[in-house]
Ligand binder design. Structure first.
Ligand code: SAJ
Length: 406
């Protein structure tokens, strides 16, 4: 029988994956709770920003290989690619995974393959297996179930979906093997077999590892600020050691993955995850510290010059050269600084977006030329074309000039 994939969730990962599978010749029925998203995709258009995605979706929809809908239909392979947000104080909320699973439970039949890709707390796949078999006891041990985390970097999704290695963990060996066969149809990276719990943990650990490493760099930046050492130079020199590879400090850690996933471990294993929890605190504190630095610079300027400073806040995105402002430390810093305005003049800059619903955006060159205090919150490429101007107070949090912060 021809394989048919039911993709539950058509967001940043679900839609590119659905389009890619459809492009490779498998029929995909994509499901999203948002009717607007469904309409957009069925017109052959996309609702997210991702290079190369638009053409692939258009082609897949025109060929009838990809159909979007608000409801699932019967298929052979079910992929759960929905968000796992927080509830309460940093506790993962798997209700979307549960809802998507509940929606397909009536459709399941013998030999179907069920895969979760959503970032999930450890034990989620087993929990969903138990839920499915409680409601469909006649299918017990007749389904294949696995967890396979996505690992793609926004902005490079279409390449990484195909080329990255994947970690695939079934609830039993037969499930792992069946899931490996499925991914082999469109992934050219190596497919690594494990069990479901290890695969779930692997995703959380990858992002936690990066968060811990960035926290180390951010902690160094705080120490160096007090010790009057240029942290950028220090890290470059330390990295000349063959076994040292320190990441870059910044204005904090943002995005919906690295700043989020470590909490999935910390909330379930609070006593054990000391470094992982501390890294989250350090990275969050770094953003607070940057906002305080701007405040201090502003007051100092006023005392020294007897007038209000003009201040440029350079960048709002969560990392360089993207237009994504969600969970952005730069946005947090801007909000915090602007809460304490006292008739100073501000220039808010984000060259990757046209307009913002709250802030009036300024051109980056104009803002830089006009400001007395310039705080680099993100190291966008445009900013690196500016020339270091000694007459200004430059708070180089993002390493644009790799200069000492104040
Ligand atoms: N950052 C630093 N210093 C650095 C590197 C990054 O401060 O040296 C900051 C960035 O500015 C940003 C944050 O960290 O605020 C995260 O950016 P990122 O580029 O490191 O990662 P994301 O969130 O875009 O994507 C990550 C990736 N995970 C890893 O690299 C381990 C990606 O492969 C995952 O698929 C993605 O999370 C996800 O979906 O989980």
């Amino acid at each position: 029988m021809e394989n048919k994939v039911i993709m539950m969730g058509l967001g940043y990962i679900g839609l590119p994956t659905a389009a890619l599978i459809a492009q490779k010749g498998t029929k995909v029925h994509g499901v999203d709770v948002n009717p607007k998203v469904v309409e957009t995709i069925n017109r052959g258009e996309i609702h997210i920003v991702e290079p190369e995605l638009a053409e692939i979706v258009k082609e897949a929809v025109e060929k009838n290989a990809l159909i979007a809908d608000t409801q699932p239909v019967s298929g052979n392979t079910y992929l759960i690619v929905v968000p796992t947000p927080f509830k309460g104080k940093n506790e993962p909320d798997i209700s979307f995974v549960e809802a998507a699973t509940n929606a397909i439970i009536p459709l399941l039949k013998e030999d179907d393959l069920y895969i979760i890709e959503s970032t999930s707390p450890i034990g989620t796949t087993e929990k969903m297996r138990d839920l499915i078999y409680t409601l469909r006891p006649e299918l017990e041990n007749k389904l294949f179930m696995a967890y396979c985390p996505e690992r793609v970097l926004p902005g490079n999704v279409m390449f990484e979906l195909v080329n990255n290695d994947r970690v695939i963990g079934g609830v039993d060996e037969a499930s792992t093997n069946k899931a490996v066969d499925f991914y082999a149809s469109y992934v050219s990276g190596t497919l690594h077999k494990t069990n479901a719990r290890t695969a779930e943990m692997c995703k959380l650990v990858e992002n936690s590892s990066r968060d811990v490493q960035i926290a180390f760099a951010n902690e160094l930046s705080l120490i160096c600020d007090k010790a009057e050492i240029n942290v950028w130079e220090l890290i470059e020199l330390a990295n000349k050691h063959p076994r040292v590879n320190i990441l870059q400090p910044g204005s904090g850690v943002g995005g919906h993955c690295i700043a989020v996933d470590p909490y999935f471990i910390v909330s379930d294993y609070p006593m054990e995850s000391k470094i992982i929890g501390a890294a989250r605190e350090i990275n969050n504190y770094k953003s607070f510290w940057c906002a305080e630095k701007v405040q201090v610079a502003k007051l100092k300027f006023e005392l020294e010059h007897g007038r209000k400073a003009k201040i440029a806040l350079m960048g709002l995105a969560f990392k360089p050269n993207i237009d994504d402002l969600r969970e952005s430390p730069a946005k947090y810093i801007a909000q915090k600084v602007l809460q304490n305005t006292n008739n100073e003049e501000y220039f808010i800059v984000e060259p990757n977006i046209e307009e913002h619903n709250v802030y009036k955006l300024s051109d980056y060159e104009d803002a830089y030329a006009s400001a007395d205090i310039v705080a680099f919150l993100v190291a966008h490429n445009e900013f690196k074309t500016l020339e270091y101007d000694k007459s200004k107070v430059i708070l180089d949090f993002a390493g644009v000039f790799k200069s000492h912060v104040a």
